[in-house]
Design a protein around this ligand. Structure first.
Ligand SMILES: NC(=O)C1=CN([C@@H]2O[C@H](COP(=O)(O)OP(=O)(O)OC[C@H]3O[C@@H](n4cnc5c(N)ncnc54)[C@H](O)[C@@H]3O)[C@@H](O)[C@H]2O)C=CC1
Ligand SMILES: O=C(CO)COP(=O)(O)O
Length: 330
């Protein structure tokens, strides 16, 4: 099996390793020559995965057409806000039957679309050709082959099973699910809640409050998911609670780390300077808030995260606002 991974950041490179370890030949598309050369010739990608080494079956190129050509599985791992632009250039090279697999956990600004929706719209592929991978999957742990599980969601269960098989290794255990909406939403909203968790961590707030953020964060995720037609049970699974707990509890999380910078009183710009890799929640919080408002769903934590990130709200005021909301039934 030939697989393409478009995006050579930390998650794209990590998934390339998983695919190769599971038996595929993998070609990664990188933006920079130096990254492609490092992967192909030295089997490393120090900018994104530190000292970890990649299997010999992983090569890389800056030529997207060459990466995509002949690939039965095409994995997409660029920042969510650039996907639409990237796809416009890639679409002419896609094989007609290839399965497109989104590895991304974000919602598009302006349209409030999920990544699978952007793929379907931009690449003009049928809904059953698009799969999503989402779960508690911090790249740094997986590179060290620390075991974890994930979810492969697709409307077409044969394709879900094909992707599941291509990703199964002794350290990576994918489950299938047909709830694409729920899995994507779980992955995107948990980044916003992890920002709030990071803020709380830096403010020295207690474990009770952190548990409350996780629980009420999951409640707002599930409320929005239900309004969008997701299966509520998905949010109790790996792509919901699993990813939310994994991301919030880990210092490896870029979203949590970004939140910690904000919680120490840094501005958005200062936090951006201090953190180099993609923290999807920073932009997705705007799109998720808009999506929720369009469906008449309350997302109080997401709203406060948006105000702290983009309106310069003092995190202490955000906390006061959350704690002084009208009391109600759980
Ligand atoms: N790193 C992780 O542990 C996990 C990340 N994800 C998701 O994977 C997606 C990608 O994230 P990472 O690989 O972690 O990010 P990253 O910041 O490590 O890498 C992003 C990659 O996209 C490229 N890129 C940046 N701007 C671009 C543009 N305008 N056009 C094309 N490529 C561009 C960068 O050169 C880099 O190769 C995100 O949606 C993230 O939420 C999902 C699960 C785990
Ligand atoms: O999605 C992830 C873990 O499942 C990675 O989280 P961060 O993007 O916050 O590092």
């Amino acid at each position: 099996m030939k697989a393409a991974v478009l995006g050579a950041g930390s998650w794209g490179t990590t998934v390339a390793k998983i695919l190769a370890d599971a038996g595929s030949d993998v070609v990664v598309w990188a933006r920079r020559d130096s990254v492609a050369a490092n992967i192909s010739q030295r089997h490393v990608n120090p900018d994104y995965i530190g000292q970890a080494r990649l299997p010999a079956r992983v090569s890389a190129t800056t030529d997207a057409a060459a990466a995509i050509s002949g690939a039965e599985l095409v994995f997409l791992a660029v920042p969510s806000q650039t996907l639409r632009g990237n796809l416009a250039g890639w679409t002419p090279h896609l094989a007609s039957g290839a399965t497109m697999v989104s590895l991304m956990k974000g919602i598009e600004l302006g349209t409030s679309k999920r990544m699978s929706e952007v793929i379907i719209e931009t690449a003009g592929v049928a809904v059953d050709r698009v799969a999503v991978v989402s779960g508690p999957n911090l790249a740094g742990e997986i590179l060290a082959e620390q075991p974890t599980a994930t979810v492969v969601a697709c409307a077409d269960m044969d394709r879900a099973t094909e992707v599941q098989n291509a990703l199964t290794t002794p350290y990576f255990r994918p489950y299938t699910n047909d709830d694409v909406v729920g899995c994507e939403l779980g992955g995107a909203v948990k980044n916003v809640i992890a920002l709030a968790y990071g803020v709380a961590t830096a403010m020295g707030l207690g474990d009770n409050l952190k548990a409350t953020l996780i629980t009420r964060g999951l409640a707002e995720t599930a409320r929005l998911g239900q309004a969008l037609g997701a299966d509520p049970l998905t949010f109790a699974g790996l792509a919901g609670l699993g990813d939310l707990v994994g991301t919030c509890s880990s210092p490896l999380s870029r979203n949590r780390t970004f939140g910690e910078h904000l919680g120490r009183g840094e501005t958005l710009e200062e936090a951006q300077k201090a953190t180099r890799q993609t923290a999807e929640g920073v932009k997705s919080c705007l799109a998720i808030r808009d999506l929720a408002h369009a469906h008449g769903v309350e997302v109080p934590i997401t709203e406060q995260v948006e105000r702290v990130c983009h309106e310069g709200l003092d995190p202490r005021q955000a906390l006061r606002t959350l704690m002084s909301r009208d009391t109600k039934a759980e």
